[in-house]
Design a protein around this ligand. Structure first.
Ligand code: BEZ
Length: 394
């Protein structure tokens, strides 16, 4: 009897000790710290709508995962980068040093993204770029912890160069903002146009984010090219398309560009955009089951139609989800995390894509035409187009 009692007491003590040992682990699992996601995007200025669409898309995917990534609840920290490269380093440091974010998502403007990439590279913070196409980000500045869910500026430019050459346009004038995105977009276009036997006869530009186009439109009218290629986006794209039509150029000189010219802008552009051809990795009428589901969920949540920026935000979250699932939310396992993102096949609304060695999407570029208030898919301009990743040593 005494022995049995002693055994029972001993077992109870052993159980209590075990429970005490187990407690920290159980408590840790239940209270795993939130995953701090730093969103650095433009919420003011000519790209404000693009920043909001990216955030909407990102949040939608996280919400579909129960508010979690890699099993950890997500907490957001936000900075308005104003598309201002001169404030970019201070802004990204607010997220890294003040808020101690685990991952960075941003941004739209190429100049701001290059500053973010430098800080991400120096600090080893995981960065997913959900728009900015700066070649350097997945070129000379490439790094194991830097990824892009969108495109390089070269890609849609190159796709459009092929289209314009095939259409037989020989002499083309280009017009854009004078910064990395405009310059690189024109470079990509020119490369393919020249291969196809065409030529850029004049390169016009104005500083970002200026929209005083009149003098340049007069130069285009005087040059009488076979076609015009342009890179503008957001508020600038709205004004350029309207001014081009109002100047009477649209009926005589066909206007082409990467799809930023008409994505998320059609309501504001009205008839001025009708019939325009653009190239992009997304369109309004893809009719893929994955895209249909995405469009429905987006419209229900935000009472808005999605655009390419919303898709890129959604896919930034999908890329992080793939990486974080592989390390069960442990961002400290950097090599494993990066390798899981590298290998992921992203089931995007745009169609599935993989990443190049330099971490840029390898994807189809669609030829689209504005019909009514839609960027209607006309065909595939360039299949599985990969950015050359020039200068990337990884
Ligand atoms: C860029 O700066 O890289 C960019 C901005 C808006 C649309 C596309 C590219």
């Amino acid at each position: 009897m005494r022995n049995t009692r002693r055994t029972l007491v001993a077992s109870a003590a052993a159980l209590a000790a075990l429970a005490a040992l187990a407690l920290p682990f159980t408590a840790h699992a239940q209270t795993a710290p939130k995953l701090k996601v730093g969103l650095m995007l433009p919420y003011t200025g000519t790209f404000a709508a693009l920043g909001t669409a990216i955030e909407n898309g990102f949040r939608l995917h996280v919400a579909e995962q129960g508010g979690k990534l890699g099993g950890r609840e997500v907490e957001y920290f936000k900075v308005d980068d104003e598309s201002d490269p001169s404030k970019a380093t201070d802004n990204v440091n607010k997220l890294i040093k003040r808020d101690s974010v685990d991952v960075l998502v941003g941004t739209v403007h190429s100049g701001v993204a290059m500053a973010m990439a430098k800080v991400a590279k120096d600090t080893g913070t995981l960065l997913v770029v959900p728009n900015a196409g700066a070649g350097a980000v997945t070129g000379a500045m490439c790094a194991p912890n830097i990824f892009r869910s969108s495109f390089s500026n070269w890609q849609p430019g190159y796709a459009m160069g092929e289209v314009v050459a095939k259409r037989g346009h020989k002499k083309v004038v280009t017009i854009t903002w004078k910064y990395a995105a405009g310059d690189e977009s024109v470079q990509g276009f020119k490369e393919a146009l020249e291969k196809g036997g065409g030529q850029v006869v004049k390169e016009l530009s104005l500083p970002f984010p200026n929209v005083e186009f009149q003098a340049l439109l007069t130069e285009i009218a005087a040059a009488k090219p076979d076609a015009v290629y342009t890179f503008f986006a957001g508020g600038g794209a709205v004004k350029f398309v309207k001014d081009y039509a109002a100047a009477g150029l649209k009926k005589n000189i066909p206007l082409y560009g990467p799809g930023f010219l008409t994505d998320g802008t059609l309501e504001a552009q009205g008839d001025a955009a009708d019939g325009l051809f653009t190239t992009l990795h997304y369109a309004d009428s893809l009719n893929l089951p994955r895209d249909n589901a995405f469009r429905l969920a987006y419209a229900k949540t935000y009472k808005l139609q999605p655009d390419v920026y919303a898709v890129q935000g959604y896919d930034a979250a999908q890329m992080l989800a793939a990486g974080l699932a592989a390390v069960k939310g442990d961002v400290g396992k950097k090599a494993e995390l990066a390798s899981a993102i590298e290998k992921a096949k992203i089931d995007s609304p745009r169609g599935p894509f993989t990443l190049s060695k330099a971490h840029n999407p390898v994807q189809d570029f669609y030829l689209r035409q504005v019909v009514g208030k839609e960027n209607k898919m006309v065909g595939v301009a360039s299949k599985a187009l990969a950015d050359p990743g020039r200068g990337c040593r990884m």
